[in-house]
Structure formats: C-alpha cells, structure tokens
Design a protein around this ligand. Sequence first.
Ligand code: HEM
Ligand code: HEM
Length: 186
Amino acid sequence: MAIPLRNTARSYGLISQLFHWVIVALILFQYTWAWRISNTEGLRARFELVTQHKTMGMMILSLALLRLGWRLFNRPPPLPGTLPPWEKTAAHATHWLLYALLLAMPLSGWLYSSAAGLGDYWWGPVRFPGLVGTSEPLEDLLGRTHQALGILLALVAGLHVLAALRHHFLLRDDVLKRMLPPWRAR
Ligand code: HEM
Ligand code: HEM
C-alpha cells in the first residue's frame, strides 16, 4: 500500500519520515567530519573538510526550518494510550529539545565561523552573510558553545534512540515502526 504523504492517526507520513531520516544521516555526517577535522594536519585538507562541514550544516538548518513548518501543519500520531502521562511529557519535551538543537547547532556554528572571519559564506547560489564582526574572544566563546551544544545533542539523541529501542523491543508497541517507511503507514 502506498505510504500517505501526511501524518495519519496511526503513523508518520512519508514527508515526516524523510525529514527525520535525511536529517539523522546529515547529523552523523557532521560528527564524522568534526572528528576528521580534528585528526587532519594539513591546512588545505582541513579547510576543505571545514567547508564541507559548513555546507552540510547550512543544509541541516534549511531542512530543519522546512521540517518545523511541515510539523506545524501535521500533527504527529498520538502516543499509545497505555503510556503513563509522565512518559508522554518526557517524549514531547525531548522532541522539542531536539528541534531546538537542530536550529541551535547550525546557528552556533554559523556565528562561530562569523566571529572567526569565515562566516560570509556562499552555499551554491545562496549567500549567507557573516552574522557578527570578527573577534577573538567571541570566537573562543562561540567555539565552546558549538562544542557544548554538540555534546548535548549527542546525549539527548542517545536518550531518544534508547527510548525508541525500548518501545520496540521491551514495550513492543508501534512507536518505532511508524517512523520507518517500509513497514507501516495507515
Ligand atoms: C547540525 C549541524 C552541526 C553539527 C551537528 C555540528 C557539529 C560539530 C562538532 C561536534 C564539532 C567539533 C567541536 C569540537 O570538538 O571542538 C564542530 C566543529 C565546527 N563546526 Fe560544526 N556542526 C554543525 C553545523 C555547523 C555550521 C552550520 C557551521 C558553520 C557555518 C559549523 C562550523 C564549525 C566549525 C568552524 C568547527 C570547528 C572546526 C575546527 O576544529 O577547525 N558547524 N561542529
Ligand atoms: C540525530 C539524531 C536524531 C534526531 C535529531 C531526531 C529527532 C526527532 C524528532 C524531533 C522527533 C519528533 C518528530 C515529531 O513528532 O515531530 C523524532 C521522532 C522519532 N524518532 Fe528521532 N531523531 C534522531 C534519531 C533517531 C534514531 C536513530 C531513531 C531510531 C532508533 C529515532 C526514532 C524516532 C522515532 C521512533 C520517532 C517517533 C516518536 C513518536 O512517534 O512519538 N530517532 N526524532
């Protein structure tokens, strides 16, 4: 059966699922590139990796904004009625924190690059201007902010993954399946 584009009462639709998994893949790319950058000596090779990291970051920012727009007009399927209220609250709070981090991560990276004098940036035909003037103390602060947010995102996403696996393997409900395109959508 074809997967509906919009969310239904029982499942996420194809658009929400695509947003979710494409952004997950790009975030993994970002961490891999951050790791590669820190293990690369040559200035030129490093510069290229940082540019790719910035491009992907801008892509994530754009996709996150589109995803939030789609989310506002597409209520997610309700969580199983068997879940205690505190678990539903925890799930919703985690999701909104993840959305906030999907914006805060690229924005802090963009601000950080701007303070380092590398913020004025072309992404294909689109120009992203520098957001703040060049400043070493600000660069230091924003670099640390970007790093701290990176750690926070990894921790919250880790918790989110454990919760998804718990639903699937321990509670044996449909919460994970309804985010997976091939299996279910009604
Ligand atoms: C969701 C998007 C992003 C994620 C998950 C991410 C993640 C990270 C992580 C984990 C680091 C390593 C931090 C450290 O240990 O010091 C890093 C470094 C960095 N990020 Fe991002 N980032 C994102 C978006 C961006 C964007 C949009 C920009 C700029 C436009 C950017 C610019 C940088 C720069 C300049 C560095 C330092 C690289 C170096 O060590 O020279 N990031 N990022
Ligand atoms: C960087 C990693 C991730 C981020 C930023 C992220 C973000 C999100 C967000 C914001 C939502 C809420 C969607 C909405 O209702 O509007 C969500 C839902 C969901 N995510 Fe993730 N996710 C990540 C990784 C994963 C992974 C690896 C899994 C699977 C193991 C997963 C499984 C799910 C499931 C099953 C839902 C639906 C929960 C429900 O129906 O209430 N996520 N994710």
